[in-house]
Design a binder for this molecule. Sequence first.
Ligand code: ATP
Length: 219
Amino acid sequence: MKITCRLTHPVSIDMAFDVHGLTVLLGRSGEGKTTMLKALAGLLPSEGTPFDGLPPQARPIGYVPQSLCLFPHLLIWQNVAFSLDGADRRAKAVALLERFGLAAFADRRPRQLSGGQQQRVALARALARAPELLLLDEPTSALDPVTRDEVVAELIGISRNGRPAVLASTHDRQMALAADHLVILVQGRVVQQGRPADLMANPACAEVAGLLGLKQNAA
Ligand SMILES: Nc1ncnc2c1ncn2[C@@H]1O[C@H](COP(=O)(O)OP(=O)(O)OP(=O)(O)O)[C@@H](O)[C@H]1O
């Protein structure tokens, strides 16, 4: 899937990149990663996205914000079933929870779950509408290293099934290096994209080398 996006406010962005498998957007704080994910999800006005003209609810997108935004007053299964209709919505939600090993938590509330479990509930909710593209804003930022590795493995598993493609923003170098496709942002522009190993071997510039944690040659 080809993603394009142009924005002038609140930050200047002009991006074009491919999404296949688990794709990770890596950039410094303030580059506009969150802003672009919101624009793709239809929560901010933008131009040149593949989804222009569609209201947020009609976009084939699942979106997990950094704060997750689970509904605290709803049960876990009700959170997952939020966008579903029909008498079988509980069964569908529980089936999704089963996929993440959380079916036993269906009748609890979000505050009764750990951060990693809440992240998986938010993932299940985003997958409920069978999106073509799953957007995740810094999905590992609140997780300990072990849970982070589990969530990244789950994202790889989700994306390997072909649908949805998964696009995650991060500062997390470990997550970036585990991706199928890595997109590096500098000042709202894509400066390099490709397989993480290829970028590690041939960083396009000092900024890319810095983001990847490579030693830079003295000028
Ligand atoms: N509602 C807003 N009003 C004004 N400026 C904003 C608004 N939202 C974001 N910005 C600015 O736009 C820029 C990009 O913000 P954004 O949150 O998209 O960056 P980011 O790359 O996701 O950063 P981080 O990695 O720290 O989350 C920042 O300079 C931010 O201050």
